[in-house]
Design a protein around this ligand. Structure first.
Ligand SMILES: [Zn+2]
Length: 269
């Protein structure tokens, strides 16, 4: 029995990762300039500091399907006279996809790094897609009131209208190791990070493991995180993976990281 288990593990580790035909498009799904970021350090490390935030969304194209990773702010914010909770949104995700000649129906999976409302607002435009979200977050969403914003934004799946897969541990989305959700609890109970192994090299999409570069360097822990010890353990896993794979790290809320990716609609391959 143990031999079989170890044999299987060895096979997984030794299998070369197929990256041909995988590409990543990045675009903004919300903007919040000049945010007071004191809340992102529970150690008084960011008092009086302001940062520009964006909500990053990513489309990963794979021969077996298409994954939208995080969905930003809700499309009903477009054209709002005032920012909503400090956020504005210029363009819906379906409108973005038009520039690629794609329709929402071609997106097979919507992966949500965690249940916070700034990561799932555009999901409703992809009702036929399979929702992938960490199991701990799925349970948290189910425990919310239906009109709580995070639950309302994913109501289609929470009420059984669409296929949802709560993910326990890691998940190899397309089965070849090229697109993998990595369990990194702490920010929320089911928080995940996405590894995308492209021909040009591996990329780590941070979820909210970190919110901006300086807080990654400081290993800062937001005061509102679900579990501090789990956050620190996940910080370590993230950095170990980044180092071992020599991965390019994209912090999703940091506009400086978005600016280093090919400008949409161009893709990283
Ligand atoms: Zn966020």
């Amino acid at each position: 029995m143990m031999r079989t288990i170890f044999g299987a593990l060895f096979l997984v580790a030794a299998t070369p990762v197929v990256a041909q035909g995988v590409s990543l498009h990045a675009f903004e799904c919300g903007s919040a300039p000049g945010r007071d970021v004191a809340m992102f350090s529970d150690s008084y490390g960011l008092t009086g500091v302001k940062k520009d935030f964006i909500a990053g969304c990513y489309l990963i194209r794979h021969p077996k399907g298409m994954l939208l990773w995080d969905a930003g702010m809700t499309p009903d914010m477009i054209g709002a006279a005032e920012p909503v909770m400090g956020w504005t949104l210029k363009q819906s995700i379906p409108d973005r996809l038009k520039a690629l000649g794609l329709t929402p129906a071609q997106v097979t999976h919507v992966g949500i790094s965690h249940h916070h409302a700034d990561h799932s607002g555009g999901a409703r435009d992809f009702p036929h897609a399979e929702l992938l979200i960490g199991r701990g977050d799925w349970e948290a969403l189910k425990a919310m009131k239906p009109d709580d914003r995070p639950a309302a934004q994913l109501a289609h799946w929470l009420t059984g209208g669409g296929k949802a897969t709560p993910v326990a541990g890691d998940k190899d989305v397309f089965g070849d190791g090229s697109v993998v959700m990595l369990a990194m609890p702490g920010h929320t109970p089911g928080h995940t990070v996405l590894l995308v192994r492209l021909a040009s090299g591996p990329v780590l999409l941070s979820g909210d493991q970190f919110h901006f570069r300086e807080n990654r360097e400081a290993r800062g822990v937001p005061g509102f995180n679900w579990n501090r010890a789990d956050t620190l353990a996940s910080h370590q896993r993230f950095e170990d993976i980044a180092k071992n794979l020599k991965a390019r790290v994209i912090i999703q809320h940091d506009p400086r990281d978005m600016a280093q990716l090919p400008a949409f609609p161009a893709a990283l391959k």
